[in-house]
Design a protein around this ligand. Structure first.
Ligand code: PLP
Length: 479
């Protein structure tokens, strides 16, 4: 260290002096004395580490400001809202379905106060948490009985454990899927205590394959919606209705894991037809399992609907207690399910359907209105234009179905290859991170899921601050 630097370090203000600076007082007010003192010490340490590059000795106010900025940056919640401009509407890594306002209000009310969660208000006796949604689920699916657990993976685990523990579970080789996030059917079966019996081949499974495999040790036949892939060409599956007949003749329960499942006919909203839960029930499955936060558009939950005697057995399984949902999600779920009673207004109220049903023309029109402001925010190094693109539903629903959409295609006028990656990274560092995808030499922001346009433009203004910070940092490194 040079004599000069040594000298500057001796002139650095003491912690107590820094704590009296206005920015430090503001920090104490917001974050408390302990945290502020810690941040001030850290800021002083940082200055000492870079002493050689110092041209002037920072004063107390300067150190206090640095401490305050560090505290503010650190106070950003880790789990925070982002703009999902990926084009995947139900993005598992971005939290899947957005809840309807009705569901949000119900969840907030349940958070604030005591609720009659397991309490029967008529008789003043103990009630069951499923009571709040059982009737709605039966009404919307045509099933005899229903229960709710943490998610669909939990529903599948619970069903297989209840019907198949110490017994055999029959599945077609074409349906032994991995959903992602380590949800593999064979592993779930093993953990549920069932012995997997594979029938048929990857591409073809016949009625006689199931028929020949069912025996006295069979606990269940499982049909799985091959959510995230499709086998095409020379294929054969046994339709649910036919499989139900085979299972019924042998007195073995048939479970249909629909995965996403939907309570509404998507064809009504201009999408391809995805089997509804009602159809799966009508096709004769004894139990049907599906998710709450995929096409249904509610909070993360898993449903088991079907035969009453089987649901009773499931509710007696001690695992049910370990997989139950809390009052907040149950409140949001009940409010979401109620929206399905009015199909005419469903798409307007339920964000998932509203976003999926948006026509590409309308999205493009919104895009054109955004171009000037986005262009301005990005600066002269980039071009911005509206381009057609494809959104997808996500979460394994209609995996091959692409929804015509429109987005902002951002291209760099500079030749260096990493400019777009750097822009994508800067967008992810904004107060509300903006998440797009790089495609064909452009950063593409699919606008299907952008509802808060004003908030988006406001957030983009943060790029100026980021640029200033980067310039400062660059200057520090160079100096
Ligand atoms: C998504 C899916 C699951 C898992 O559901 P989660 O709600 O994510 O737990 C199970 N089975 C199928 C067929 C699925 O598509």
């Amino acid at each position: 260290m040079s004599e000069d630097a040594n000298h500057s370090l001796r002139a650095l203000p003491a912690v107590d002096t820094v704590l009296k600076a206005p920015a430090a007082l503001a920090a104490i007010d917001r974050f408390g004395r302990l945290e502020t003192t810690r941040a001030v010490r850290a800021a002083l340490t940082e200055v000492r580490r870079h002493a050689e590059h110092l041209t002037a000795v920072p004063d107390a106010e300067h150190i206090a400001n640095a401490a305050l900025a560090a505290l503010v940056a650190d106070a950003q919640p880790s789990l925070r809202p982002v703009f999902n401009l990926t084009g995947t509407v139900l993005h598992t890594n971005l939290g899947r379905a957005l809840l309807a306002e009705e569901a949000i209000a119900a969840a907030v009310a349940a958070m604030r106060s005591a609720v009659a969660l397991e309490f029967n208000l008529d008789g003043g006796r103990r009630g069951e948490r499923d009571d709040h949604v059982r009737g709605l689920l039966c009404e919307l699916t045509g099933a005899e009985d229903a229960t709710v657990v943490n998610n669909n993976a939990a529903a599948v685990l619970l069903v297989i454990n209840t019907l198949g523990n110490g017994r055999e579970a029959i599945v077609s080789r074409g349906e032994l899927i991995e959903i992602g996030g380590a949800f593999r059917m064979p592993d779930i079966m093993a953990r549920a205590g069932a012995q997997l019996v594979e029938v048929g081949t990857t591409n073809r499974t016949h009625p006689r394959d199931y028929d020949g495999a069912i025996n006295a040790a069979t606990g269940l036949v499982l049909k799985v919606h091959t959510s995230n892939y499709r086998i095409e060409g020379f294929t054969k599956q046994v339709p649910a209705r036919e499989l139900a007949e085979i299972a019924r003749a042998k007195r073995v329960p048939l479970v249909n894991d629909l995965g996403s499942g939907t309570l509404a006919d998507l064809a009504r909203y201009g999408l391809a037809h995805e089997p509804t839960v009602r159809e799966a029930v009508a096709d004769g499955a004894d139990l049907v399992t599906f998710s709450g936060d995929k096409l249904l558009g509610g909070p993360q939950t898993g449903f088991i609907v079907g035969r009453r005697d089987l649901i009773v057995a499931i509710n007696r399984n001690p695992l049910k207690r370990a997989l139950r949902v809390d009052k907040v999600r149950l409140a949001a779920l009940e409010a979401t399910l109620r929206l399905y009673r009015d199909p005419d207004r469903l798409a307007a109220r339920l964000p998932t359907l509203r976003l999926l049903a948006l026509p590409a023309g309308e999205i493009a029109e919104r895009g054109r209105a955004l171009v000037p402001a986005v262009s301005g925010a990005l600066g002269a190094d980039f071009t911005v234009e509206v381009a057609p693109c494809s959104s997808q539903i996500g979460s394994g629903a209609l995996p091959l179905e692409m929804l015509p959409s429109a987005g902002l295609a951002i291209r760099s006028l500079r030749a260096e290859g990493r400019v777009l990656d750097e822009l994508a990274s800067a967008l992810r560092r904004l107060d509300v991170p903006v998440i797009g995808r790089i495609n064909d030499g452009a950063l593409l922001l699919d606008l299907r899921c952008l509802e808060d346009e004003a908030g988006f433009l406001e957030t983009l203004r943060g790029l100026d601050t980021l640029r200033e910070m980067d310039a400062l940092r660059g200057a520090e490194v160079r100096s």
